[in-house]
Write a protein that binds this ligand. Structure first.
Ligand SMILES: NC(=O)C1=CN([C@@H]2O[C@H](COP(=O)(O)OP(=O)(O)OC[C@H]3O[C@@H](n4cnc5c(N)ncnc54)[C@H](O)[C@@H]3O)[C@@H](O)[C@H]2O)C=CC1
Ligand SMILES: NCC(=O)COP(=O)(O)O
Length: 330
């Protein structure tokens, strides 16, 4: 009989909705049956999440992963790394950011040592992580550094059958144009293609968004399409990749109805994320793609405005858990 996946699950930033989401998702018997979940964090934060969610959950506290014995049990590794008086729900806390970074380090190292099949993390707060001493552009670069990866990684957003990746990600918008180069576009098209092949697509269809309004209107509204994006698309087509574009970004999601594609390559974060979140806010998953460890998270963030109210929707976290299990090969 095939064994169950052993999955790491972190509470995210304690100041946000993460522990509530973990409590709500683990309440589902279906989710508990799918994997052996090893929750990692500070147990007092977890207790707070259970209380906010109004969930009672049997789990076993252990001190290290080797103590996992049964596959029908939720386990908790208590790192005891965040004092309850060090943070307030809904307010940025450097201490919580530090605990978030330490917890992710712990769980990713376990996965790197193959003691976990994958990792799901509840939302973290980038500013808090940075204030807590983890001086990276974003968590993806933090993970890459931790896992000794220099290149070849990128965020991927997934909702149902639609995959999206990006030429630029967590960078100021004023840097975007200079980063849209032929080399980068070609590399990300190849990354999108390889990612979809790895998850079982035979000949994935990729659509590439333009950067400028109306795809530059023949150069009148910008030349990145002519100088950088189109040459990269031609190059990828010559390599046998089924890729088309650049298409005007404001109507690219409408194309899903008439000329469906499997993966969208967007030029910058909000270009695709706005559409994705409108298509299904409570279903979107972000994958830390191109790393040697399976890592997923919900596409939404820490939601400070509703933290502690018990109204956070666990749908995207549940999808992140399901997708991590699938990506881990189960
Ligand atoms: N998975 C992760 O670790 C992610 C982390 N972030 C980080 O989260 C922080 C806050 O990001 P924002 O841009 O403010 O976006 P956000 O997603 O935290 O909040 C945007 C809006 O969506 C609502 N919302 C978010 N999740 C919800 C849920 N599960 N149920 C109901 N309503 C929900 C919030 O209440 C808020 O009104 C930032 O530091 C960002 O970098 C953002 C996206 C993903
Ligand atoms: N923590 C994941 C994250 O912030 C990625 O979210 P997004 O860039 O896909 O919105």
């Amino acid at each position: 009989m095939k064994r169950k996946p052993l999955m790491g699950l972190t509470l995210g930033d304690a100041t946000g909705i993460g522990s509530e989401l973990v409590a709500k998702t683990l309440e589902s018997e279906d989710i508990r049956r799918m994997a052996t979940w090893v929750v990692v964090g500070d147990e007092r934060v977890f207790q707070q999440g259970l209380s906010v969610a109004g969930v009672t959950l049997p789990y076993q506290t252990i001190t290290n992963i080797e103590e996992v014995e049964r596959d029908d049990q939720v386990y908790f590794i208590d790192l005891h790394n965040l004092q309850p008086d060090a943070y307030t729900l809904g307010r940025l806390s450097a201490e919580s950011g530090q605990a978030t970074g330490e917890t992710l380090t712990y769980v990713l190292k376990l996965a790197q040592q193959k003691k976990l099949d994958g990792v799901v993390y509840a939302p973290i707060n980038k500013e808090a992580l940075h204030s807590g001493g983890f001086h990276f552009q974003d968590e993806l670069h933090f993970f890459a550094s931790l896992l000794d990866c220099k290149e070849g990684f990128s965020e991927i957003n997934v909702m149902g059958d639609l995959w999206v990746t990006r030429i630029t990600s967590h960078v100021p918008i004023k840097q975007v144009s200079s980063l849209v180069t032929k080399e980068r576009v070609a590399r990300i098209i190849r990354f999108a293609h390889d990612t979809l092949i790895n998850v079982g697509y035979d000949k994935p269809k990729i659509a590439v968004a333009a950067l400028n309004p109306h795809a530059g209107d023949g150069g009148l509204l910008g030349t990145e399409e002519i100088d950088e994006i189109r040459p990269a698309i031609y190059e990828a087509q010559e390599q046998g990749i089924h890729v088309e574009g650049p298409y005007p970004a404001d109507t690219i999601f409408l194309r899903l109805k008439t000329k469906p594609f499997d993966c969208l390559v967007s030029m910058y974060h909000d270009q695709a994320q706005t559409g994705m979140k409108l298509l299904g806010f409570n279903k979107g998953v972000t994958v830390s793609g191109g790393l040697p460890v399976v890592i997923t998270t919900p596409a939404h963030g820490t939601a400070f405005d509703i933290a502690g109210q018990g109204i956070a929707d666990p749908g995207a976290t549940e999808q992140a858990m399901r997708l991590a299990i699938k990506l881990a090969g189960f």
